[in-house]
Every structure is written in C-alpha cells, then in structure tokens.
Design a protein around this ligand. Structure first.
Ligand code: IPE
Ligand code: IPE
Ligand code: MG
Length: 254
C-alpha cells in the first residue's frame, strides 16, 4: 500500500512551505560539483509541485534562494541564476497545463535582469490559473520582509493614510510579501538541518515543523506524503488544552 492512501484528504494542510536544503552536500557526497546538486534539485521541485497539485494542496511555498545566499561563491550564485532562468522558461507550459499560478516573494530587484524578465513573463502567463498557488521565495529573507513591512507602515502613518491605533495583526499581515496567502500549517525542511534560516519567521508562528534527513535532490512525492501523514497525526492546540481541542472536535462533528 502506498503511503498516499494514509492521507486524510479532508484534513489536508492548505499551505505547505518547504526549505529545499541539501543540494550541495548531495552532490559533494558523490564527488560532484555543488551545481550538479542544484540541477538535480530542479527534478525534485517538478515532482513535488506535481504531487502537491494532484493532492489538492492550495498553496505551496518553496524557499529557493535566501538573501544570505548572495554571499556564496560567485560561480555558484551565477550557476543558480542561470538554472533559474532556464527552468522558468521551460516550466511555464507545464504550469499552465496543470492550472498552477506562479508567485514570487523576495527582493527580486537584486536578481539579474534576465531572471526578472523571465519571472515577470511566467507570472503574467500563469495569472489566470486557479489551481495550486506556487510561491517561490527568491532572494527572500524574513527579516527583510518584516523590516519592509515596518517601513511601509511608518510611511503610510506619516502620510496620514494610516492611524497607528489601527495596526492589528490583520493589518500587519497585509504589509508582508505574503499578504495574499494564509499562514503555512506545515513547514518541511530537508537535509537534516534543524533551523529556520530566516524563512517566514512571522508566518510560521503556529506551523507544524517537519524535519527529514533526506537531501532535497532525493525528496519525492512519497516523502511529501510521509510528511503530510505525520502532520495529520499531530494535535494542533494553539495555546489551548488538548481536552478543549478534543471537545471542540466532537461538538463540530456531531
Ligand atoms: C539548498 O541546498 C539550495 C540553496 C540554498 C540555493 P544547499 O545549496 O544549501 O545545499 P547544502 O545545504 O550546502 O548541502
Ligand atoms: C536555506 O538554506 C535557504 C534555502 C534553502 C534557499 P541554506 O543552506 O542557505 O541555510 P543555512 O545557511 O544552512 O542555514
Ligand atoms: Mg544548505
């Protein structure tokens, strides 16, 4: 029996976020260059996007390149940017065929001009798709995002467009790069690292975290199913007691 059959389709997380980590080590472990790992990582992206769409997941955020990743050796950054441009170009027809809409969050002004152009085209060409919302975090860091939000709130307050007393969690959320998306219920990190690395610090407040030793280039649909099954076994309490959650469940199902 495939682990897929153990997934309760009525209780899927609506938003899954993934830190796709371990490409470099995966390659180096086989005596290959780190870029070889990134190249194979693209295959995992395809497989996981397809798997999430098939299941009916509504939002999938993939951390593809962090603000801090700009500090890697120049040849790796250049190689990653080339791979990005090539991949977007190639994947647009598949995204359209599967009704997937592409979004990007991050400081995209730091990306090379051709990458920005390919991204804009891909976003426009997939704009009317209503299925999986695929959010690529590119040149993204959570502190960058939060500081931007704070700056824009301050500017709006200064311009008289906003009363500081009206700043609520809902309003703050509207200033984030992820304003249009709900918070992820499940965050997966591959490659055996147990940290957040500046990813969605605000949005992950109550996410269930799932860590696996599998390196990203080896991560496939079955691994995604396993993470979802694991997520579905957990009790999400949001500060309440387990009894309160159980009671609520019985009263809503009766
Ligand atoms: C994740 O894999 C991809 C990016 C950060 C761009 P890494 O490149 O971080 O691989 P490791 O963690 O060094 O193995
Ligand atoms: C996080 O991975 C960023 C991405 C997966 C894009 P890193 O490999 O950059 O994170 P650290 O440096 O190990 O924390
Ligand atoms: Mg890494």
């Amino acid at each position: 029996m495939s682990i897929k059959e153990n997934i309760n389709l009525q209780e899927l997380p609506s938003h899954i976020a993934i830190i796709m980590d371990g490409n470099g080590r995966w390659a180096q472990e086989q005596g290959e260059d780190r870029l070889f790992g990134h190249l194979h990582g693209v295959e995992s992206v395809r497989n996981i996007v397809e798997g999430a769409a098939e299941l009916g997941i509504k939002y999938l955020t993939l951390y593809a390149f962090s603000t801090e990743n700009w500090d890697r050796p120049e040849y790796e950054v250049t190689g990653l940017m080339e791979l990005l441009v090539e991949t977007i170009k190639k994947e647009v027809p598949t995204l359209n065929k599967n009704n997937i809409k592409l979004h990007v969050v991050g400081a995209t002004d730091m990306l090379p001009q051709n990458a920005r152009q390919e991204l804009t085209e891909a976003i426009n060409e997939t704009d009317s798709n209503t299925g999986l919302q695929l959010i690529m975090a590119l040149s993204y860091s959570s502190r960058w995002e939060i500081l931007n939000a704070v700056k824009n709130i301050a500017l709006d307050a200064k311009a008289g467009k906003l009363n500081p007393d009206s700043i609520s969690p809902e309003l703050f959320q509207q200033y984030l790069a992820t304003a249009n998306f709900p918070d992820p219920e499940l965050m997966i990190r591959t490659s055996g690292e147990y940290r957040i690395s500046n990813f969605l610090l605000y949005q992950l407040a109550y996410a269930e975290l799932y860590f696996t030793d599998t390196r990203w280039p080896d991560f496939r649909k079955e691994n995604l199913y396993e993470a979802i099954v694991n997520y579905q076994k957990r009790q999400r309490r949001f500060g309440k007691t387990g009894e309160q959650i159980d009671q609520n469940k019985t009263s809503t199902t009766l």
